[in-house]
Design a protein around this ligand. Structure first.
Ligand code: ZN
Length: 133
């Protein structure tokens, strides 16, 4: 499998507006717009920085994965996403190596990317996302 770069850092926030105040107003990153992914009950906001992006995650429902994450661990870095050349190949290789996955098959995330999450139990506690754009 070929990891190309860190695609983005997923950061859980209480609200996009609050997040924008720091990442945009203070750090000066350009807000590239937001998108709601209904099935994940999340609104994502993108702030490109160099070759990567900061992805803010605001829950759209109290029972969404991001709301649950904040409830348990508080706001902050929720996942690290690596861009891969071929996500199907990467998942097949991980399965072969016995790595515990959250997504057995890629699904469509924000921006139409193909994404899949590895289980944090397999990664010493880091929620790792693979994405192919
Ligand atoms: Zn992500």
């Amino acid at each position: 499998m070929k990891l190309l770069k860190i695609d983005h850092l997923g950061i859980a926030v209480n609200s996009m507006d609050e997040g924008k105040k720091f990442w945009s107003d203070i750090l000066g990153l350009k807000f590239e717009g937001s998108e709601t992914v209904q099935e994940q009950k999340v609104t994502t906001g993108f702030f490109p920085v160099g070759e990567s992006e900061v992805e803010l995650l605001e829950s759209t429902a109290p029972d969404g994965p991001v709301a649950k994450y904040i409830e348990k661990k508080g706001t902050g870095i929720q996942h690290v996403a690596f861009r891969v050349e071929n996500i199907e190949e990467a998942l097949a290789e991980l399965k072969e190596k016995g790595v515990k996955l959250i997504d057995q098959e890629p699904r469509i995330g924000a921006g139409g990317a193909k994404i899949a999450f590895l289980h944090p139990k397999a990664t010493s506690g880091v929620l790792v996302e693979l994405c192919q754009r």
